[in-house]
Design a protein around this ligand. Structure first.
Ligand code: WTA
Length: 633
């Protein structure tokens, strides 16, 4: 059955139906798939424990719904198009039949190397088709993948391996990114010195740089698949078995492993993909995210492939070898749907219109945005210069925890309003609450964004610590999932996401927890205490500003500042490096010893005209010193 929404009226009808009869609504969509055993109940849930079970008791394998389900009609259709970092190197195109064969071979290779259903496998790879093949092969044999963005440091990688007790790492020798060649295997080797659970490492040859291969542990990808059959019997899985774990930052502690289960995630990514992007059978779809993030999981790999789409993967960066690279790729492959992040748009805006003028971009039908609030200026620039004023711009709001797009225009179906994610998808019930949890009804209201009813791809738990899931998402407001975002419902009833209301900083669309960055800074032997806040950054959306109290060292501040920056880079990765580090003699604290971050945020934002009430501070005199130290007097 065709589940694509076809008009505003259709949207309204389906939305209402999805709210009044959620089980019938989702049950009908799930009929599109191939189930080994049908469900006994579409949904069983409570937000207290919390427990969310979708398509309860059913059995399936997600990859059978990409391959066996679609091969009779899609065998020769291109599944994955791959554009390398270097435009002069060969691109790759894999049909559904070829992708199936590659998935089966690699699934067999993993089994031959000891991986069984339920085992955790880390994928630490560049943007190559093998990264998608690795994910699908895990799903095929019921292994749980955890993709770690290949820009993370060895200690961040080790933390993730240890948290999920992974048995295998899939990686590459190196990674081409722009003009750089980045070691990957060397980072894995360093990480494995801090872990004990990894038995095998499978290494894809990409850059050809020399790497250390440990006998008995490390195997080349090509050797691992050499003698494997291209047939593989799919593991029969339970609907609620884990599909993957993806680590993400929150306001407290170390990153947590967000768990997604199979059936609900499958149904929701498929449904949201076809509807938000209005994908049509012969379209070429391109999402520029990295598979290390949720966007890469849901809207490069799973959603598009479940819908039988042609999905383009790009290895490189937007500005290499020239700032027209994205637009060149769109013309080269006649891309119809293009999905990127506001930070990329703002970075390219700086180059003006010249890099765009060489290309027609006339294949584009839909353009999309994800990862952070898109400011109006960037929205208009993108809409006018890339979408040529004729392509709907889908500003898609969602999170690692939601698994799929939650609030977004449906391209060409629901209205476009600059910088507004606008309306919820069918099945999504957003609620705006005030600080006390009272629901704010009507239009022209602003508050915290919660969701009051489960959708199929909702987070199931945080790996190894269910209580953390409950505390983080289901305890702030009783009976609701709390997103951590602020939102406004405008006078027309459209939703506009305002950004995080917790201690999460969004740097170039990447989530960073302040506590995580502070922990890294505090590793410096001369740092006594630190506090990290976000500040508005013209391209990255937000930048990281760190304040550090150091003990009586004789080192000049400039030296300490660069040491701290280098340390964060080493402990977490380049994306977490603070833009500014300010050495201070103390931090503004309340009488109960809490750091008053509001003041630190104001200073970091160079906005000290109204600092608000500082009379409750234990040490009000420090505020002036900090302002002075920031050069704001
Ligand atoms: C932010 C990325 C405004 C938001 C899919 C959310 C957005 C966090 C948008 C999740 C958007 C994502 N408009 N803000 N269209 N999309 N965000 O887990 O703060 O990496 O909570 O998932 O990004 O980031 P995550």
């Amino acid at each position: 059955m065709n589940h694509k929404i076809s008009s505003l009226f259709d949207y309204t009808t389906k939305y209402e139906n999805s709210i009044s009869n959620p089980e019938d609504f989702w049950g009908e969509i799930a009929e599109d798939f191939h189930w080994r055993k049908p469900w006994s109940k579409v949904l069983d849930w409570n937000f207290e424990e919390p427990k969310m079970e979708w398509f309860k008791d059913s059995k399936l394998n997600l990859t059978e719904n990409i391959f066996e389900r679609l091969l009779s009609t899609h065998a020769d259709k291109t599944a994955i198009l791959w554009e390398p970092n270097d435009p002069n190197s060969d691109s790759v195109s894999l049909t559904y039949a070829e992708l199936f064969e590659a998935t089966c071979k690699f699934a067999n290779a993993m089994r031959a190397n000891g991986i069984e259903k339920g085992d955790r496998v880390i994928i630490y790879m560049p943007m190559v088709p093998e990264a998608a093949i690795a994910m699908l092969a895990c799903a095929r044999i019921g292994a749980v993948h955890s993709v770690v963005f290949a820009g993370f440091s060895s200690s961040a990688l080790a933390d993730r391996i240890n948290d999920c007790q992974a048995k295998m790492v899939l990686t590459s020798d190196g990674n081409f990114r722009g003009s750089k060649q980045i070691p990957v295997k060397a980072v894995v080797d360093e990480a494995l010195e801090k872990t004990t659970t990894i038995e095998k490492v499978i290494v894809l040859k990409r850059t050809g740089e020399p790497v250390n291969m440990k006998t008995g542990r490390d195997i080349w990808w090509s050797d691992a698949i050499a003698d494997q059959s291209s047939e593989n019997e799919a593991e029969v899985m339970d609907a609620e078995d884990i599909l993957f774990i993806l680590y993400t930052s929150g306001s407290t502690g170390q990153p947590k492993g967000v768990v997604h289960s199979i059936a609900g995630y499958m149904v929701y990514t498929y449904y949201s993909f076809i509807n938000v992007f209005q994908y049509e059978e012969s379209d070429v779809y391109w999402c520029t995210a990295d598979v290390g993030w949720i966007t890469g999981h849901s809207y490069i790999v799973y959603g598009p492939l479940l819908a039988g789409a042609t999905t383009l993967m790009f290895e490189g960066v937007p500005t290499y070898p020239h700032p027209g690279r994205f637009w060149e790729i769109i013309d080269k492959y006649k891309v119809n749907q293009f999905y990127t992040a506001p930070t990329a748009i703002r970075a390219l805006q700086v180059y003006g219109l010249e890099p765009i003028e060489k290309y027609t971009l006339d294949s584009l039908k839909v353009i999309g945005s994800v990862g952070e609030p898109i400011n109006e200026e960037a929205w208009h620039w993108y809409h006018e210069n890339i979408g040529k004023g004729r392509c709907p711009l889908v500003d898609t709001w969602w999170q690692t925890e939601t698994g799929g797009i939650m609030i977004s225009p449906l391209a060409g179906i629901t209205p476009n309003k600059p910088a507004h994610a606008s309306l919820p998808l069918p099945g999504v019930q957003p609620v705006i609450v005030d600080a006390e949890g009272n629901e704010l009804l009507g239009n022209n209201v602003e508050g915290n964004l919660c969701i009051r009813f489960p959708w199929p791809s909702i987070i199931r738990t945080t790996y190894g610590d269910h209580n953390r899931c409950k505390e983080t998402y289901f305890s702030t407001y009783k009976g609701m999932y709390f997103t951590g975002d602020g939102v406004k419902r405008d006078h027309d009833g459209y939703l506009r996401i305002l950004g995080r209301v917790d201690d999460v900083i969004n740097v170039s669309g990447h989530r960073m927890g302040t506590a995580e960055v502070e922990n890294a800074i505090n590793e410096h032997p001369e740092v006594v205490e630190s506090a990290v806040v976000g500040f508005p950054h013209p391209i990255k959306g937000q930048g990281i500003y760190a304040y550090a109290i150091c003990n009586s060292s004789t080192k000049p501040n400039a030296e300490m500042e660069s040491e701290i920056k280098a340390l964060v880079r080493k402990i977490i990765g380049p994306i977490a490096k603070p833009e500014h580090v300010q050495i201070v003699s103390d931090l503004p604290k309340t009488r109960s010893g809490k750091i008053m971050r509001r003041i630190l945020r104001k200073v970091a934002s160079k906005d000290v005209s109204s600092l608000g009430d500082t009379s409750t501070l234990l040490n009000p005199e420090i505020v002036e010193e900090i302002i002075k130290g920031a050069g704001l007097e």
